[in-house]
Design a protein around this ligand. Structure first.
Ligand code: GDP
Length: 461
């Protein structure tokens, strides 16, 4: 329903300097007229759009002032939702915000669902679906680089690419269909060759985009990381040094049984997510504490493992079992305490044992080698390959899946063309490739997918 008026508290509940009750829809202005009393005596309804007015929210039932506010008034269509919007900038306390919201709801608005303001922005053409998704990314960005990726999505970089790509595909569809419409002219070998070339170019671009999607995901979601090693090698010291110097944010992940505390450290713009580090800090040995099974699970789930060894003691059987535990896993081996042991000798020994992982000699105590660790993490994430900046960075799994489906259709096109098959079939797959891309921008997307996307949003967004 787009002809009703929605309202919600748009700021986090708690104590703050200000809190905002946002109202959007055809009755927004009327509702404000019933509740807002200007303190300066201006007739705010005659003052034009995008203005702030100083006054009181007053309960019309008893004339009692509820809060002193600034009322923001924005008329359609130049608003986020493309509808009339008013925002009550209240004092940031739970009671004034709740009371103001209640009054707004009593006077004609209904409580907005999660993400409903953004959903209206999408339905009213203010944003496409990918841009709408970027808004949650901006809110949740963990590092500046993550924010940049989100901002480029909001700016429509991926969307523009999709449009351009769809244009190219439509051009091919037209070419193929022209050949179908005039079968007597047959399709010349040259035309088929030309089509094959054109499709090849498109597939190449798509593959590049998909290859880079890995990095986009990391910037958006962060890299799940665990630190492993036997007791006393310096895991907690490493963790604390990372947290001291690089801590980005601490977030709570709501879990089924309990909330996990997650700390995010910022390593060269890459959000490194260390889950439940409080727990890690309490005990020396993760493997001991949670048992081999559970730690195997933890390690398996991780995108990156940091294995810590101790140069002052040399390699022990316990170290060997830790190395065994992380076999096949993406990771970096850190030979710690190089200030009191022969780090290089141990590093050489370990390189033979675990040739698939880079080995870095470090000392958490003196800080030696820590820069190299950052470099290694960056190298691991970016794979040493430069990101082609003219292509947008795909950061959502949903977008990546759409691109993968588009890729499948195009490969089918390529196969059919090379095999000299009927052009009707080629046209069908070309059209399918075009259509599937529209799921990114939302032009051809199913309602339930849209529902799912906005369900993740908070109320008031
Ligand atoms: P964990 O059991 O693996 O978490 O190890 P800790 O971080 O608790 O460190 C064990 C001991 O090693 C502590 O006394 C640390 O101060 C010390 N330690 C950690 N890193 C270094 C280092 O680079 N050089 C030296 N000399 N000592 C270190």
């Amino acid at each position: 329903m787009l002809n009703d008026t929605i309202a919600a508290i748009a700021t986090p509940l708690g104590e703050g300097a200000i809190g905002i009750v946002r109202v959007s829809g055809p009755d927004a202005i009327d509702i404000a007229s019933k509740l807002f009393v200007s303190r300066t005596g201006v007739d705010w309804r005659r003052q034009g759009s995008h203005r702030l007015f100083y006054g009181l929210v007053v309960d019309p039932a008893n004339g009692q002032p509820v809060d002193e506010v600034l009322l923001g008034v924005m008329y359609a269509p130049r608003t986020f939702t493309r509808e009339d919007v008013v925002e009550f900038n209240c004092h940031g306390g739970i009671v004034p915000l709740r009371r103001t919201l209640e009054l707004v709801l009593q006077h004609g608005a209904r409580l907005a669902e999660p993400g409903e303001f953004t959903r209206r922005a999408f339905l009213n053409g203010r944003l496409d679906l990918a841009q709408a998704e970027s808004i949650l990314d901006i809110i949740r960005a963990k590092t500046e680089a993550g924010l940049q990726v989100a901002m480029s999505l909001l700016a429509g970089e991926l969307s523009s690419w999709v449009h351009a790509f769809q244009d190219q595909l439509l051009g091919l569809v037209a070419q193929v269909e022209a050949s179908i419409d005039f079968p007597e002219e047959g399709i010349e070998e040259a035309t088929r060759e030309e089509l094959i070339q054109a499709v090849r170019t498109i597939i190449d671009q798509l593959e590049e985009l998909l290859r880079q999607a890995r990095y986009g995901k990391v910037y958006r979601e962060g890299l799940r990381t665990v630190i492993v090693g036997r007791p006393n090698v310096g895991k907690s010291s490493l963790l604390n040094s990372l947290l001291r110097e690089k801590r980005a944010i601490v977030t709570e992940i709501p879990g089924t049984t309990r909330d996990i505390i997650e700390e995010v450290v910022n390593v060269r713009g890459i959000p490194i997510r260390l889950a439940d580090t409080a727990g890690l800090r309490k005990t020396d040995d993760v493997v001991e504490r949670i048992g081999v099974e559970r730690s195997r699970e933890l390690v398996k789930m991780a995108d990156l493992v940091l294995v810590v060894l101790d140069a002052s003691t040399g390699l022990t059987d316990e170290d060997r079992s830790v190395l065994e535990l992380v076999r096949g896993q993406k990771g970096i081996i850190l030979v710690n305490k190089s200030d009191i042991g022969d780090g290089q000798a141990l590093a050489r020994e370990v390189e033979r044992l675990a040739p698939d992982k880079p080995v870095k000699v470090i000392s958490v105590k003196t800080g030696e080698g820590l820069g190299q660790v950052e470099e290694a993490i960056e190298q691991m994430v970016l794979g040493g390959q430069a990101i082609a900046s003219e292509l947008p960075l795909v950061s959502h799994v949903r977008h990546k899946q759409v691109l993968a489906r588009c890729h499948e259709h195009l490969q089918e096109v390529q196969r059919a063309l090379c095999a000299g098959e009927n052009l009707d079939l080629v046209a069908i797959d070309l059209r399918a490739a075009w259509e599937v891309l529209g799921e990114i921008t939302g032009t051809t997307v199913a309602e339930d997918i849209v529902d799912r996307i906005f369900r993740d949003f908070c109320i008031g967004k």
